[in-house]
Design a protein around this ligand. Structure first.
Ligand SMILES: Nc1ncnc2c1ncn2[C@@H]1O[C@H](COP(=O)(O)OP(=O)(O)OP(=O)(O)O)[C@@H](O)[C@H]1O
Length: 304
């Protein structure tokens, strides 16, 4: 007997999307399952927003299909269970945040309370303010409150923290983590690898409209053989950079930092060349290096 596979909350199956001569997505498969926080990563123009728009039924694929809770994203039942924070949302500037939230809550059968929305989105003290007069970070918080007030099962966040300072980003991250802990499934797009590392348990990397990596953070990191060696050493980084197997060698905050594909050999050589070396630390490359390496392997359409 076969185990019944749960239906993905959001799914792209073999999707092709073109804008004139530009192929924004080329046979993309993507699945968001219950309880997951999935980060969709990619450089500018990789196709992230297009993927979200298809999952929300704002665009139609040329080939393949986009499904939200197993149905067309255009059905009301599916849309009512999805919350959305897009890069540019048309929100009435003159209404106060509390009025906007009340209005939006009224569209849903079982909305979150004002208090809960306010606490998750960090909107304390802002309910009486007009939306158009809020700062960029405050507007993002209000948008998050509007996106979650219908108690969505699945939440789409398109670059939720782009352009925000680190304090506001961290406050939004707290809200997103709280939602995830409460069982909301989340698909977020981001340029900030740090954001994916903090929030996501799965990562899909898009490059020129194709999926080039799909897995847990650990799996995507493991695609990269590079290790980073840090130590206190008087060796000249320019000399170390010429050793076999060394990709780069620099001095960072007074410490020698070496990125290499061959950590053991390079560590042995460092110790042999500098008997005074201390504080040796070897770590796996972060998501940033993995991302760069994976996307570098992909030629662009134009170059292909
Ligand atoms: N409405 C449109 N008309 C024409 N081309 C479009 C349209 N929307 C997207 N594109 C093109 O499709 C490709 C993918 O764009 P998309 O906005 O999905 O990328 P993205 O990964 O979200 O980028 P960014 O990080 O800059 O937001 C780009 O080449 C873009 O120029």
């Amino acid at each position: 007997m076969h185990a019944v596979q749960p239906i993905p909350l959001a799914q792209l199956r073999g999707v092709v999307k073109r804008f004139g001569a530009v192929t924004a997505l080329e046979r993309v498969d993507l699945e968001l399952h219950a309880g997951q926080v999935l980060a969709l990563l990619g450089a500018n123009g990789a196709g992230k927003s297009t993927a979200i728009s298809l999952l929300l039924g704002l665009l139609e694929p040329h080939e393949g299909e986009a499904l939200l809770l197993g149905s067309s994203p255009r059905t009301l039942a599916a849309r009512q269970q999805a919350g959305v924070m897009l890069q540019s949302g048309a929100i009435a500037d003159t209404l106060r945040v509390g009025e906007l939230l009340d209005l939006t809550r009224s569209y849903y059968p079982n909305p979150r309370s004002m208090e809960e929305c306010t606490a998750i989105a960090g909107l304390e003290g802002l309910l009486g303010r007009r939306y158009g007069r809020l700062s960029g970070g405050q507007q993002r918080r209000a948008q998050l409150a509007l996106a979650i007030c219908g108690r969505p099962r699945v939440l789409f966040l398109d670059e939720p923290t782009t352009g925000l300072d680190i304090e506001v980003r961290q406050s939004l991250w707290r809200g997103v983590r709280e939602l995830a802990a409460g069982g909301t499934s989340i698909l977020l797009t981001t340029h900030y690898l740090e954001e994916a590392e903090v929030l996501a348990d799965r990562v899909v990397v898009l490059a020129h409209g194709r999926v080039v990596a799909d897995g847990s953070l650990e799996e995507v990191r493991a695609r990269v053989s590079q290790r980073r060696i840090r130590c206190a050493s008087a060796l000249d980084p320019a000399e170390v950079a010429r050793w076999p197997g060394v990709r780069s060698a620099t001095r960072q905050d007074g410490r020698l930092e070496v990125v290499t594909d061959d950590a053991e050999d390079v560590a042995r050589r460092l110790l042999a060349r500098d008997p005074g070396l201390t504080g040796l630390d070897v770590s796996r490359a972060g998501l940033a290096e993995a991302f760069l390496e994976i996307t570098r392997e992909q030629p662009s359409q134009e170059a292909a």
